[in-house]
Each structure stands twice: as C-alpha cells, then as structure tokens.
Design a protein around this ligand. Structure first.
Ligand SMILES: NC(=O)c1ccc[n+]([C@@H]2O[C@H](COP(=O)([O-])OP(=O)(O)OC[C@H]3O[C@@H](n4cnc5c(N)ncnc54)[C@H](OP(=O)(O)O)[C@@H]3O)[C@@H](O)[C@H]2O)c1
Length: 323
C-alpha cells in the first residue's frame, strides 16, 4: 500500500464532531443469533475485540450500531471490545439507532435507557431513526430525539433510509429546536447509486447533512471474492440469494477495481471505498462492515490513498453502464 495520503477527518454534518471518512459498521457483531443468523456467523468476542483494535489502530474513530442488530448484542459487543482495549469514551464516536416498526415516537424516550445500558458508559454521539416507518410523524420523532439531547442522553440526531422529503421535514423539525440534522445513513455504493438521481444527495448537500453510506461494498460483492463459486457457496443462504443476482453484471466493474488497486498496492474493496469517500468531495462517508480482522484493516487503510480524478471518472462511467 502506498501510504502517502494523510487521513483527514471531516465534520459530521453541522455538528462539532470530527469523524474519519470511514467508520466501521458492527451489524456483523449480531451474527449467529435471531434473524442475523441467516446473514452472518457468530463471531467470538476475542475476534470482535481484534476487529475493533485493528480498526482503531488503522485510524478509524467511529462505529455504527443499532438496536435492531440483535437488540443490544452488537452494541454490547462493541463496548466489550472497547473496554478490553481500555479505549476512553472521549476517543471514540458511536452512533446507534432506534427501530421504529409498529412504534410511536414515545418509544424513542422509552428505549433510550436500554441503549445506554448496553453502551455501558460510552456516550451516544449520534442517535438515528433507523427507517421512516414509525407510526408517528417525522416531526414528532425529531421532537422526541431533541428531548433526549436536552436531557443529555444523546449528543446529536440523525436519520437513516429517509428520502429527500422526509429528510427535509426532519431537518426543519430539529432546526426549530436549535439542532442540526447530522446524517442520513443510506445504502450507497458503486452498485447502488439512486441517491444521485432521486434528489437525496443534492438535498443533503444543501442542508449540510452528511451522507453515511451503508452497504458500501454491496455486501462484499465489490471485493470480487463472491465471483469465486467456492467462496459464494460458503455464504449463508439468505445472503447468497442477495448476492447471486449481482454476479453477472459486475465483472467489468470488478476488473477495473482490481486494475486500479494494483497501482496502489490495494484491493478492489479498498478502491471501491476510496471512490465513495472522494467522488462527491466531503459529502459522503462510508461504514463498511467487517466480520474478519483483515476486513477492518483494509477498511482503515482505504483512507490512506486518494484515487485520481481520471480513475474516479472511469469507475463512475463503468458503474453507470452496469446499473
Ligand atoms: N441503516 C441501515 O438500514 C443499514 C442497513 C445495513 C447495514 N447498515 C450498517 O452498515 C454497515 C455495513 O453494511 P453491510 O455490512 O450491509 O455492507 P458492506 O460493508 O457492503 O458489506 C460487508 C461485508 O462485506 C464483506 N467484506 C467487508 N470487507 C471486505 C474486504 N475487505 N474484502 C472482502 N470482503 C469484505 C464481508 O463479508 P463476509 O462477512 O461474508 O466476509 C462483510 O460482512 C453495517 O455493519 C451496519 O452497521 C445499516
């Protein structure tokens, strides 16, 4: 890896929080149980500790988790790892999410103590509404979140999977309370680019809301590894079914990712992440998930170079051709 490029932190929306362009998603830490059994295997806590250590050693300063990820399992595993590494609260940024299905905004206040319990002394720097599907209005949800900021239980507020209109309404509701809407966490990758055309990216830029890209590797497809039938066969059934339809149209993109990767002594996955965090200036940050230590190492090291404009344009073009 050519390491000449220094990692530059970015502001999280219009907050005073500074984050690295790549954070680590820890949904994978919920694997092996409940609905996540169908997607990810159980990861031993020692391995989770090593994944977090590797991410931190590589410069990553923030982690994404959620209530939904095993109802506390992902949050707790993250914190166990941070505690085993003696990482002070002040050195790490944590985002979690409230899951709104069949719930009203009142449940935001009712569930916060559970989030704090699982995070066991670590601050909720960012609390997000996971989906725009709650029974209350977006405005009522933002009011409930603002109440938590006022009560000192969370620092900042974000949303996830919100379209341009819901995001604008959420932003306006928080503005009335004197707070910024920090992020909208949405699916975004070289294989999933609809936010560029549905108005979401433009609206986020206008409002100063950071786009946090989940699924930045399209579930790992962009690493190229699942094009090997033996690797694909080992993926849990539910994930395999999601990956299979993407295999036929992606080889032209994978081969360019691999070709560019050689120049940087990097991997295809790292080039895909690097494109995401630079193609739109500072507007987009990414949260790749890692179930293995080398994946956390690659995620962090993907911040240590910057693709040239020509390389970014080339990836842009090929990615458009295969959408
Ligand atoms: N807000 C939301 O609705 C939402 C939804 C989904 C996820 N998220 C968040 O976003 C994070 C990332 O999303 P995601 O996990 O769906 O997508 P992703 O980052 O595109 O895919 C992660 C998977 O890709 C594979 N991978 C990662 N790094 C790799 C590398 N360097 N080389 C080869 N394979 C690699 C791993 O697969 P294997 O485990 O098979 O090795 C890993 O589990 C989650 O952890 C979660 O925090 C948010």
């Amino acid at each position: 890896m050519n390491n000449e490029y220094a990692i530059q932190k970015r502001r999280l929306g219009k907050t005073e929080i500074e984050i690295t362009p790549i954070g680590l998603g820890v949904m994978q830490f919920a694997g092996g149980k409940g609905m996540f059994k169908m997607m990810f295997p159980d990861i031993p806590q020692e391995q989770k500790n090593l994944i977090i250590k590797t991410a931190l050693d590589g410069g990553i300063n923030w982690f994404d988790t959620a209530e939904l990820y095993g109802r506390g399992r992902s949050e707790r595993s993250l914190v166990e790892a941070l505690k085993s590494l003696e990482v002070p609260d002040s050195e790490v940024i944590i985002g979690t999410k409230w899951f709104p299905m069949l719930r009203t905004a009142r449940s935001i206040g009712q569930t916060i103590d559970k989030r704090l319990f699982y995070l066991d002394g670590y601050t909720i720097d960012l609390h997000m509404v996971h989906q725009p599907m709650g029974l209350s209005s977006r405005e009522n949800e933002m009011d409930a979140m603002a109440d938590l900021v006022d009560a000192g239980k969370i620092r900042f507020v974000g949303v996830s999977n919100f379209g341009p209109e819901s995001m604008r309404r959420s932003h306006a509701a928080l503005e009335k309370r004197g707070l910024p809407l920090a992020v909208n966490q949405v699916e975004y990758s070289l294989l999933r680019r609809n936010i560029e055309t549905n108005g979401l990216l433009d609206t986020a830029r206008e409002l100063g809301v950071t786009i946090v890209a989940w699924g930045p590797l399209a579930s790992g497809i962009l690493s190229g590894k699942f094009h090997d039938p033996e690797v694909l066969a080992q993926a849990p059934t539910f994930r395999r079914r999601r990956l299979e339809p993407l295999l036929n149209r992606t080889p032209p993109l994978i081969s360019i990712l691999q070709e560019i990767a050689e120049k940087y002594q990097a991997t295809a996955a790292q080039v895909a992440l690097n494109w995401l965090i630079h193609f739109h200036g500072e507007s987009v940050v990414a949260i790749p998930g890692a179930s293995k230590v080398h994946q956390a190492q690659e995620a962090a090291a993907a911040m240590q170079f910057k693709l040239s404009s020509d390389e970014m344009e080339r990836l842009d073009q090929v990615s458009r051709e295969i959408q």
